[in-house]
Design a protein around this ligand. Sequence first.
Ligand SMILES: Cc1cc2nc3c(=O)[nH]c(=O)nc-3n(C[C@H](O)[C@H](O)[C@H](O)COP(=O)(O)OP(=O)(O)OC[C@H]3O[C@@H](n4cnc5c(N)ncnc54)[C@H](O)[C@@H]3O)c2cc1C
Length: 388
Amino acid sequence: MTEIQTYAAIVVGGGAVGLSAARELGRRGIHTLVLEAGPLFHDHASSAGTERHSRVQYSQEDLSRLALETAAEWDRLESESGRRLRHRVGSLWFGDVDVDTNEGQITSAARVMDKLDIPYEWLTAREITDRFGFRDLPADYAGFLQPDGGIVDVKATLLALYELSIRSGVHVTPNAPVRSIEPETDTVRVVTDSGTYRTSSLVVAAGPATARLLRPFGVDMDYRVFEMANLSFVPSNGRVELPFWFAFQQPTERDTNLFYGFGPRPWATDSACRVAPMFEIDEITAETVPTLRPKAYDVDRVHDWVRTHMPMLEARAVSATTCLAVLPRDPARQFYFGPVTAPGAGTARIATFAAGWGFKFVPILGRVLADWACTGKTDVDVQRLSVS
Ligand SMILES: Cc1cc2nc3c(=O)[nH]c(=O)nc-3n(C[C@H](O)[C@H](O)[C@H](O)COP(=O)(O)OP(=O)(O)OC[C@H]3O[C@@H](n4cnc5c(N)ncnc54)[C@H](O)[C@@H]3O)c2cc1C
């Protein structure tokens, strides 16, 4: 029988969140192992692609506060890694100001910004058209530009977290899918094809596989998985300057009718701009392997949006990719993120991040997961997002 190796902490999943937890455990001097099912930095999961939106405006005050608190963690990550990770190009929300979406609502987000003294500039449809070059927006559309939001560089963030983890002695093992996690009295056993490991401090950030892996502990999470499309367009006339933008619209019969996008990535040499639909339709099962090919329906809808409203871009996309989104079925909860306190956990300390639009929070998610895995407690106010 092969020997069981013991680690002070084990992290299952080497995406952005798992690596962030590993970096935090490593910097606290904790002997940590990361087990990642695929190769490092692969594009078949949620931390795929090149950029993410970072913002401080939320319709929920606690999430706005958390986003403000995360800014200091991004600063720390940038300074420790010596890498530039965020670019404050601004975050532009516009459209029907009262429509409720998974992203939030323009009116209530403005109310929260007023309460927390977060600066923003209110804009009419006319001002949005004149200033940013959108076309044919309904006259009653409005919105705001929040200057602190912008773009996060995904690959640089993954590299920063990986390098800092390795530097602090964390063992990162790619191509090691965890088959099961078994409860013991005060520890857990983590089983892979090439070895079995034991720990009393476990972090599970395995995207769609998280609920299955934690089922033996009595954890119940109700999330859905979607393969979301991203399309890249080149400017129609030289260079385009755009903040991150999100268009809030009334849903159609078939989809949410929500679109968002980025201007050229400040760190890239090309000038491609990304446009994507935020349609939560055609749910896939948690263990389905992504096709990496966007659905024709999504591609057509994005082309329609660009043709109608974005004359600054060529009408045909130059490339298209996908990314796995894992989202709680109940849009009001936004995240599954918490310590696992179910009876099956015994005295082992288990923490998980399973679902939600989480990239903008990556550094603080890692810190809090490490807090829970080490002590079972955190001083960050995230109780509402907990798993049951
Ligand atoms: C199209 C799209 C746009 C998004 N836009 C934004 C945005 O603008 N702003 C924002 O904040 N967030 C955004 N998000 C969400 C954000 O990207 C995710 O919340 C974040 O990347 C989640 O990281 P993660 O590490 O939890 O998951 P993942 O990156 O999915 O990592 C999980 C890892 O676990 C591994 N794994 C799975 N099963 C096992 C197993 N059995 N054993 C070992 N390892 C396993 C996987 O291979 C994977 O590498 C977006 C997501 C998508 C899809």
